[in-house]
Design a protein around this ligand. Structure first.
Ligand code: AMP
Ligand code: MG
Length: 333
């Protein structure tokens, strides 16, 4: 046997190994993360795919879809269904997407006994919590802004939305971000993306898992700015958090925040934060706001009325309440 033969075999093996490695590298999923300011919040899309060209285009298209939804549902501006509804006397026809959001919102409104209310636009404007000049309104102003709001303030008939009262101002701020996240996920899925996370200011939807493991989603501690309350291990689902620390101002030592109790006209006082896990981001968004208004006991009871829906609530006194189905996926911090 000549000496060169094993050398040739070794070289061949090395070449094969190199080719195999190259092949693996070609198929290894590429990661892409992009963020933009949309709907008054930071929206982040992280996705992975073995095809980098497709990834870039899919993420760009997903942002474009979210921008389109924002255009339909923002409180003011040309092309906004919500703006047209608010100025209309009795109501108006809306885009199918807006009708879908209002239909889901009406379900949550009914299930929560009116704690969730898409007719609080005037009350929101009165408090101005999301403006540069927030203030505590006088009780008569609050009563006036609440007039006509409550269960039955909006009705939906196909694509036509009817208002119970001309002055009613529609506000989809508690549900539209989640819906936009659902639409972005739809775009990513259609482009063949099998692993992604879309996060619009705490309204998150996950496609698949993260490199063969569950996604680890850290939940903000409501009273420690840089602290975590818990970590959730989730696959292919949505998670939304509503908190009194997100948008608020303080006056005379009292915190006035952006989630309003339609029964009183004041910021809801029973919770510090509510996290909801369920299939759709729109439902998670709406339910986290609704449960926040209801408080820990009634809030968890509300979640039970929706299929495969779990929650984590920090009450106003700081006590923690989790639905039994979430315990296995939760690590407290
Ligand atoms: P979120 O951050 O999803 O809990 O939504 C809060 C936003 O929803 C506020 O900024 C308001 O635009 C709106 N909102 C406040 N209170 C309510 C309520 N009780 N029902 C429905 N929407 C509300
Ligand atoms: Mg919400």
């Amino acid at each position: 046997m000549s000496l060169t033969r094993p050398l040739v075999i070794l070289l061949l093996l090395a070449l094969l190994g190199f080719l195999a490695l190259q092949r693996c590298a070609g198929e290894r999923p590429q990661q892409l993360s992009r963020s933009r300011i949309l709907m008054g919040t930071v929206v982040e899309i992280s996705a992975s795919s073995a095809d980098p060209g497709r990834l870039e285009a899919a993420v760009t298209d997903a942002f474009a879809e979210m921008t389109r939804i924002e255009g339909l549902m923002r409180p003011a501006g040309e092309g906004s269904d919500v703006a047209r509804l608010t100025v209309s006397e009795q109501g108006t026809e809306v885009a199918p997407e807006t009708a879908e959001v209002i239909a889901l919102g009406l379900q949550v409104a009914a299930a929560s006994g009116g704690a969730f209310d898409m007719g609080l636009g005037r009350l929101k404007a009165l408090w101005g919590i999301e403006t540069e000049t927030p203030r505590v309104p006088a009780p008569p102003e609050i009563r006036q802004a609440l007039a006509g709001a409550g269960l039955g303030d909006l009705r939906l008939d196909g694509r036509r939305v009817e208002k119970a009262q001309p002055a009613l101002a529609v506000d989809l701020g508690a549900i539209a971000k989640g819906y936009a996240v659902d639409r972005a996920v739809e775009v990513l899925r259609r482009a063949g993306i099998e692993s992604a996370a879309v996060n619009a200011g705490g309204n998150i939807r996950l496609i698949g898992d993260h490199g063969g493991r569950p996604w680890r989603i850290a939940i903000q501690h409501p009273r420690e700015a840089a602290g975590q309350l818990a970590v959730l291990e989730l696959v292919d689902t949505s998670v939304s958090t509503s908190g009194d620390y997100e948008r608020f101002f303080e006056q005379d030592g009292v915190r006035y925040h952006h989630i309003l109790d339609p029964r009183t006209g004041y910021p809801a006082g029973r919770c510090q934060s509510v996290t909801v896990v369920t299939a759709s981001a729109a439902l998670a968004d709406a339910l986290s706001t609704a449960a926040f208004v209801l408080g820990p006991e009634e809030g968890l009871a509300l979640l039970q009325r929706f299929p495969a829906t779990e929650g984590l609530i920090v009450a106003a006194d700081g006590t923690r309440h989790a639905s039994p189905g979430l315990e296995a996926r939760l690590t407290w911090r």
